[in-house]
Design a protein around this ligand. Structure first.
Ligand code: NAD
Length: 440
């Protein structure tokens, strides 16, 4: 098939574009930044994701992947277009649909000039009702065609995780594929595109597909906040949360592999903004979403647990040198959106601490967020060699090696992700972790 991916320079759009091109579809990867499109043409991805660069080079060479700024041409020459543009939060937490509205207008205008049947797929995360109440009316107005007759519409939420985006997209067995469809014809077109993926495919209404994405993210976010609350209680009661977690997971009704990861909280471009958007949508229809609100409330405070532990042990943070290991919101990505490191680093700066920060891939993005007072160093070792204390903020695997902390000049190690086994660090160090008893 021929596809147009709108928002092709972002995390979801570029992954979608490269992966479909890898599966031998002809893909127009449509962006709006000339610089990023030129980079893509040279085989340089504007974001970091494992295997992405390699695959980009392959699909460019096979000519199945065409980076372009020309949305109209891309839509006219394709069978299906995917809207993968951003849906960030507005100031009040509700969803900002401006990119969706703009992209729908542009696609609608292109559809006006197109003779053949075309399916528009909303892949961005949008609150329930958006496709029917906003996207379709815009497409109809701009194209002067009727949805279901002149063109088809689907809503196809994306479940990939940054850091494992390529693998998740190519092998969606663990998440399944959801196709929300305006009518059978629209859904059948998208089904054809996905039928060779090894995964269950669920076909639903447009609104149910939109809601499935929010329900999943809110459920997972709630698990993390629940784990954090229990871990905070454990820490005060002298109980190791990791033992409790193991004990919980023995119960088949809870099960292994749940999101019971205690730490400095969740961040990223999805959980915080999606839970907040669902809260606002629920309020708009007269529901007070108590569980959703609590998930956010626990999460907003959780990064400060690490700062509190530092204060407890160093007493005064003014003038203290702190190694911050990890800046991205999770390992495997350079994405800094809503990363817990932002709250932690800003709080430490406010207390007068000197920051030595290291992240394997996110330092360039971090420089756009933090004041120039931070020192960025080239390795974890270098950060530790300067520091009175260390905080592990992102669980990059390299930070899990206890031997690394031989290089820590000071004595305090705050493990904000519980990735280091305290038995493997030098005995002169004091290990403190989220949900780790302070008297141990
Ligand atoms: P992003 O900000 O990285 O990418 C969006 C891209 O769209 C940007 O590069 C922007 O320049 C481009 N864009 C906007 N309007 C455009 C237009 N008219 N024409 C061409 N390009 C345009 O965002 P993202 O993280 O890729 O997320 C995209 C959507 O997918 C969001 O709704 C998000 O909630 C959802 N989602 C994200 C993830 C994730 O892990 N990042 C996972 C699942 C779902």
């Amino acid at each position: 098939m021929k596809l147009a991916i709108i928002g092709g320079t972002g995390y979801v759009g570029l992954t979608t574009a490269v992966c479909f091109a890898f599966k031998k579809h002809r893909v127009y990867c449509v962006g709006r930044s000339k610089e990023k499109i030129e980079k893509l043409q040279q085989g340089i991805p504007p974001i970091y994701e494992e295997k992405l660069e390699e695959m980009l080079k392959t699909v460019l060479a096979s000519k199945t992947f065409v980076p372009t700024l020309n949305l109209e041409e891309a839509v006219i020459d394709s069978d299906v277009s995917f809207l993968c543009v951003g849906t960030p939060s507005r100031e009040d937490g509700s969803i900002d649909l401006s990119q969706i509205i703009d992209a729908s207008k542009q696609v609608g205008k292109a559809l006006k000039k197109k003779k053949d049947y075309h399916v528009v797929v909303v892949k961005s995360t949008v609150v329930p009702g958006t496709t029917e109440e906003i996207v379709i009316p815009i497409l109809e107005k701009e194209s002067c065609k009727k949805a279901g007759k002149g063109f088809g519409v689907c809503m196809n939420p994306e479940f990939l995780r940054e850091g494992q985006a390529i693998k998740d997209f190519m092998f969606p067995k663990n998440t399944g594929i959801v196709i929300g469809e305006l009518d059978k014809k629209s859904g059948n077109t998208l089904y054809k595109l996905y039928e060779d993926f090894d995964a269950e495919i669920l076909r639903t209404s447009l609104r149910a597909a939109e809601m499935i994405k929010y329900a999943r993210n809110s459920y997972l976010a709630k698990d993390i906040s629940f784990a954090n609350e229990i871990a905070n209680i454990c820490q005060r009661l002298g109980i190791d949360f990791l033992e409790v977690k193991k004990g919980m997971e023995m119960d088949v009704r809870i099960g292994k592999g749940r999101f019971l990861n205690a730490g400095v909280g969740f961040g990223g471009s999805c959980f915080p903004k999606d839970v907040k958007a669902l809260i606002e949508k629920a309020k708009a229809v007269g529901i007070k979403p108590r569980i959703l609100e609590s998930s956010i409330e626990v999460n907003e405070l959780q990064p400060y647990q690490a700062v509190e532990m530092l204060k407890q042990h160093l007493k005064e943070l003014k003038g203290k040198k702190i190694a911050v290991l990890g800046l991205s919101f999770k390992p495997g990505t350079d994405d800094m959106r809503e990363a817990p490191s932002i709250k932690i680093v800003n709080a430490l700066i406010k207390e007068g601490a000197e920051i030595y920060a290291y992240d394997p891939v996110a330092m360039e993005n971090a420089k756009r967020i933090f004041s120039s007072s931070i020192k960025y160093v080239e390795s974890a070792k270098e950060a530790l060699a300067n520091a009175d204390a260390c905080v592990i903020v992102t669980d990059w695997p390299e930070f899990g090696d206890g031997k690394l902390y031989r290089h820590l000049r000071g004595e305090i190690l705050i493990d904000g992700r519980r990735i280091v086994d305290p038995r493997t660090i030098p005995s002169r160090l004091l290990y403190c972790g989220i949900g780790y008893p302070s008297n141990k």
